[in-house]
Design a protein around this ligand. Structure first.
Ligand SMILES: *Cc1c(COP(=O)(O)O)cnc(C)c1O
Length: 469
């Protein structure tokens, strides 16, 4: 499989090089040159497969030519073997034809484990073969950091540096990062906010001289491997609910448009998906586009669903590429315009095309808490605030009551106790068994000033299993 840039100017790469790349050299994001398409018979034959075997069939075309079948099978069995539930991604019924797909049974209790557990193992496999080491630098407002560290902790060839804003992530989220100890794991608390952390990662990618030749790898959802891994659970859920002989709808709590873009790809690969609902919090740039063809940058509004607090959605460019007939120059012009003005809209017929599949809703904190309370009252089931936004959007935007509606359950409620408390239902979520002693574990973290040079010097001194590069 070859991968091309959404801006049309960077050279095409194979899977292995895309795995190790950040942005394309033209500033674009990598996408498959040709999306595989499965027949109805083929998809039907996968019903009842264990998760890792389904994953092999769905993802095999994407890694073809880079990872041998036997290796890929073993990696997938290992990856999805660490999830706490035997079904890996179980479905729980909430209402009539309404389901939550529980994507929080992994080590860090959010859906990001699906991709980052795999990414870590793929990196290890490829880097061992190449006899290379890499450095990962990432910024996190919470979930990505712990999932990336859990995914990479066993990788001999990776040193991982995760920056979070000092004193601005929840205690559970911080401890999920800082209690994973290892020579190759480095938590940095920056005396600044999330954007400061993000800017330092961007600047480090742009000028990698401080790494003395070691390659820097991206773990955010611009990395194609993350999107790829997320396609699988759409197939897994839909197959259990009657696909490919019946269509299914999905409602997806989203910020960077990564998770929902994977659902869009599943549909283009042959899965009958009749509706995709973009569910955002007050940071609603995606809702503004879907509802009114206005992709306009706003200021950041901190919310009770912090993992979706974004100003721009990095993966949206991948959808724009398809909406423009995969014309990289057209996307490049649009993105230049967006960079200059902070605004973007597309021609009417392209927007109408997107609206044939996508609907959207923005839900504020009040609506989020009301939905947590409503669902708890109906069923006793406790939603996390991100999933609650998905449920609210599903109930408002649903096109057909006759078709199953699947809401992506993106996190366990224990990660976001503030929202659950504000919902006023008197129920406090409990840590699952594997994290029961989280508050007793030793932590390791370095506090650094909001200063690029200081951070890069730290990476230089510790980037080789805790020793200087
Ligand atoms: C990351 C995250 C999201 C948003 O996912 P995107 O791929 O950015 O759309 C939603 N919910 C939770 C709990 C997350 O951690």
């Amino acid at each position: 499989m070859r991968y091309i840039s959404t801006r049309g100017q960077a050279p095409a790469l194979n899977f292995e090089d895309v795995l190790l790349a950040g942005l394309a050299s033209d500033g674009g994001l990598y996408v498959p040159e040709n999306l595989p398409r499965f027949t109805v018979e083929e998809i039907a034959s996968w019903a009842g497969l264990p998760y890792h075997e389904l994953a092999f069939r769905v993802m095999r075309p994407f890694v073809a030519g880079s990872i041998a079948d036997a290796d890929f099978k073993r990696i997938l069995e290992e990856t999805y073997g660490v999830f706490a539930h035997k079904a890996v991604a179980p479905l729980t019924q909430l209402g009539a034809n309404e389901w939550v797909l529980e994507l929080f049974q992994g080590p860090t209790l959010a859906f990001k484990d699906f991709a980052l557990q795999l990414l870590g193992r793929l990196l290890d496999h490829v880097l061992t073969r190449r006899n290379e080491r890499v450095v990962i630098m990432g910024a996190t407002s919470g979930d990505t950091g712990s999932a990336a560290i859990e995914g990479c902790k066993a990788c001999d060839n990776v040193d991982i540096f995760i920056m979070h804003p000092h004193n601005r992530v929840s205690e559970v989220q911080r401890r999920q990062m800082t209690t994973i100890l290892g020579d190759n794991i480095h938590n940095i608390a920056i005396e600044g906010n999330f954007d400061d952390c993000q800017e330092m990662v961007k600047a480090s990618f742009a000028d990698q001289g401080f790494l003395k030749g070691t390659r820097l790898v991206a773990v955010n959802s611009i990395n194609w491997a993350r999107i790829m891994a997320q396609i699988v659970y759409y197939f897994h859920a839909a197959l259990q609910l009657g696909a490919p002989h019946r269509s299914v709808a999905f409602s997806v709590p989203t910020g960077n448009f990564g998770d929902i873009f994977a659902g869009y790809l599943a549909r283009n690969m042959g899965l009958p998906v009749n509706q995709l609902i973009v569910a955002t919090n007050r940071n609603d740039i995606l809702h503004r586009f879907m509802s009114g063809n206005r992709y306009d940058k706003d200021t950041l509004h901190p919310s009770l669903s912090p993992s979706m607090d974004i100003m721009v959605s990095s993966n949206f460019e991948r959808l724009l590429f398809d909406l423009h007939g995969r014309n990289g120059l057209a996307v490049s012009a649009l993105m230049d315009e967006f960079k200059a003005t902070g605004k973007l809209s597309v021609e009417d017929e392209r927007w109408t095309e997107a609206r044939r599949l996508f609907d959207s809703l923005a839900v504020d904190d009040e609506g989020t808490c009301a939905t947590i309370a409503e669902v708890h009252g109906e069923t006793g089931y406790l939603l996390d605030p991100h999933t609650a936004i998905g449920v609210k959007a599903a109930r408002e935007c649903r096109r057909s009551l006759a078709l199953p509606m699947v809401i992506l359950g993106t996190a366990h409620p224990v990660k976001f106790p503030e929202a659950v408390e504000k919902a006023g239902i008197g129920a406090a979520p409990q840590l699952p068994a594997h994290l029961a002693d989280l508050f007793q574990r030793a932590e390791r973290c370095t506090v650094l000033p909001n200063d690029l040079k200081a951070v890069q010097a730290f990476v230089g001194q510790h980037g080789n299993r805790g020793k200087p590069l």
